[in-house]
Design a protein around this ligand. Structure first.
Ligand SMILES: [Zn+2]
Length: 304
């Protein structure tokens, strides 16, 4: 699997057994990301055998405690376990000072560098990019500034038809342009077409994370055609007015967003602690979007 999500915590503000606060591990072509880091995230990482020192970047959606109270503990453990590789943290601007204060007040220090990338309240757009993927952020509709994230793989290189290429006697310098869908003109002026020597590349995947938010159609443009969408579904229809006042969503609203965005698969989570199981949420969501699943703790789901 080259791109998957593993749900570490999909509970809401009040943790309970098998409903830890928000956190997800994303693996994409050897990149290791964490989205949100609620209390107990490092225990969950350990439980599921994820190596914490491999984590390259952590994205924090907002500063409600159930989305980041595990962060300083995790950073502290990284230090105790000998980390010297820097880590990138993306989140609301005050988070930088919160982290530093919590560490410094106890006279501690970290032996590795934190590159903090503030996401300003109104910002939407690209926050991370390398040669295989990009991460964009967009505003959610919550009680305090909150951002969602979408991780998208870039177009993958085409496959070389090795035998045909070898038989052609062409220089190996042609391989990279061919794989990148470029024709090549040789020194005699002959045009060599990439389509003759390559086959289509594998599909690129995308994953979007939306927690916490009230129903908001303004996010749809940002997540259009996403392969896998995680959208919070704190309440069932019975509590629709509570969803509105607390700026959370019902399962039905999450499903409406998935339908409008033409998502491939919808995962729901962040269920209020008042529910013992997700049956009613799933039922209500399926009235609008058939391919809905509950984001069960520990579950790994292949994106691409
Ligand atoms: Zn919140």
């Amino acid at each position: 699997m080259s791109f998957f999500v593993q749900f570490l915590g999909t509970g809401s503000a009040l943790p309970k057994e098998n409903a830890h606060p928000s956190s997800q591990y994303i693996f994409c072509q050897n990149r290791h990301f964490l989205i949100d880091c609620g209390e107990g995230t490092q225990i969950q990482l350990r439980k599921y055998g994820i190596k914490i020192q491999k984590i390259d970047a952590i994205f924090i959606s907002h500063l409600h405690g159930d989305h980041y109270f595990g962060l300083v503990g995790l950073l502290s453990s990284m230090h105790l376990l000998g980390r010297n590789k820097k880590i990138n943290i993306y989140g609301p601007p005050p988070l930088d000072q919160i982290i530093r204060s919590q560490i410094e007040v106890g006279g501690a220090r970290l032996d590795f560098q934190i590159d903090f990338h503030p996401i300003d309240d109104l910002f939407e757009g690209l926050i991370f990019e390398d040669k295989v993927l990009e991460v964009k952020t967009f505003r959610l509709k919550h009680k305090i500034p909150t951002h969602g994230f979408i991780i998208q793989e870039k177009a993958k290189p085409r496959h070389l038809i090795s035998d045909k290429f070898k038989d052609s006697g062409l220089s190996i310098a042609f391989i990279v342009p061919f794989k990148n869908s470029q024709d090549v003109v040789d020194e005699t002026g002959v045009i060599w077409k990439y389509l003759d020597f390559t086959t289509a590349s594998k599909k690129s995947g995308s994953y979007a994370y939306c927690s916490d938010t009230a129903y908001s159609e303004s996010i749809i443009d940002h997540i259009q055609n996403v392969d896998v969408l995680y959208h919070e579904a704190t309440f069932t229809n019975h509590y629709v007015s509570r969803a509105k006042t607390t700026k959370h969503s019902t399962a039905e609203q999450a499903a409406q967003i998935a339908q409008l965005a033409k998502a491939g698969t919808l995962f729901i989570g962040h269920l209020s602690a008042r529910y013992d199981d997700p049956k009613q949420h799933i039922l209500e969501a399926q009235a609008f979007f058939q391919n809905v699943k509950y984001a069960e703790e520990g579950q790994i789901f292949r994106i691409c």
